[in-house]
Design a protein around this ligand. Structure first.
Ligand code: SF4
Ligand code: MG
Length: 323
């Protein structure tokens, strides 16, 4: 089968009054069917930009490179073809479930909607809506479908949003900080549910997060983003045990065990650059304890690691230093 996602050489620019700014720089990424990939990085690292450009949701983005979703090159689709693909082949859930729901429409109508717009009859769509809600842990779904969003708790609303995303059976789900607005216990439930659904449906999931604490139990693989580039891409277990890139190392060593949120990170001095003021060469060089002369002038290419995975750091280009 084709990869669920195959991104090659993706660059995203936006035009601002101050000139053109590069938000995403030469990112390549493959996600296999059923694979769970976490994309982590500080805010401004480009992780949401990547998600939005895969679904072609950023109307101000100037995109170059290739984005294939389940074998289809989405950069060449018409707007109409793209909106058909969204929700059927690829779906997305966002941070704020309330913002994604219509307060004036019942839960049932909204969950059934993606099938209704594809021509499924009302009764059949409602049956499917009840079934997916039950699968996602909404008890007595047929009855509770008559309720409105404000009658549901935050965690329940996120299940509803997930049901809307999954009802047309996509092959790829992109979840951008889906649990940030929820309390810790509910966060865990939603992440567990996402893991379960992914396994049962062979659904590829891209989880975008700044919370390393939820990544470890969820992801097969992790892509680490910094300043618009992917700086390491590796098996999740290996990345946590032996992060190769100095930034990935810093992230994993510095994040306090009790709160894995990257925004509370204390061990890496300095702050990530603004996209309009990215440092030359390796964008991490002003913060990197290992920087060399070459780091200030040359952007490190992405190279395969001997253990599998890839890293973009000049340390790994040196002869005899491939660990
Ligand atoms: Fe540090 Fe240089 Fe590697 Fe960048 S390329 S992470 S500055 S050693
Ligand atoms: Mg974001």
């Amino acid at each position: 089968a084709a990869p669920a996602l195959d991104v090659a050489g993706l660059c995203v620019d936006v035009d601002t009054p101050a000139g053109r700014i590069r938000l995403l720089d030469d990112v390549s990424l493959t996600v296999r069917p059923g694979e769970r990939l976490a994309v982590v990085g500080e805010s401004g690292s480009g992780k949401s930009v990547m998600a939005r450009s895969i679904l072609r949701l950023g109307d101000t983005y100037r995109t170059t490179g290739s984005i294939k979703v389940a074998g289809t090159e989405v950069t060449r689709l018409s707007e109409r073809q793209m909106s058909r693909l969204r929700g059927s082949t690829v779906a997305m859930v966002f941070q704020d479930p309330l913002g994604a729901l219509n307060p004036l429409q019942t839960i049932g109508e909204q969950v059934a909607e993606p099938l209704r717009v594809r021509g499924t009859g009302r009764q059949e769509a409602e049956r499917a809506a009840a079934a997916i809600l039950e699968e996602l842990g909404v008890a007595r779904a047929a009855e509770r479908m008559k309720a409105y969003p404000h009658e549901f708790s935050g965690g329940m609303r996120q299940r509803v949003v997930l049901a809307m995303a999954l009802i047309a059976e996509p092959q790829l789900l992109i979840a951008d900080e889906p649990t940030t607005a929820l309390d810790v216990r509910v966060q865990e439930q939603v992440i567990d549910l996402l893991h379960e659904v992914s396994t049962e449906r062979n659904l590829a999931v891209i989880l975008i997060t700044h919370d390393l604490g939820i990544v470890a139990g969820f992801a097969d693989r992790v892509a680490v983003m910094y300043a618009g580039r992917k700086i390491q891409d590796d098996d999740a277990g290996r990345l946590f045990r032996e992060p190769a890139h100095p930034y990935a190392r810093g992230l994993i060593e510095a994040v306090p065990r009790i709160d894995h949120r990257i925004e509370h990170l204390v061990g890496i001095p300095g702050v990530p650059p603004h996209p309009g003021a990215r440092p030359s060469g390796c964008a991490y060089h002003p913060r990197c304890p290992f920087r060399m002369d070459i780091c200030e002038v040359e952007v490190p290419a992405e190279r395969p690691l001997p253990s599998g995975g890839t890293v973009a750091c000049h340390l790994f280009a040196l002869e005899g230093n491939a660990s």
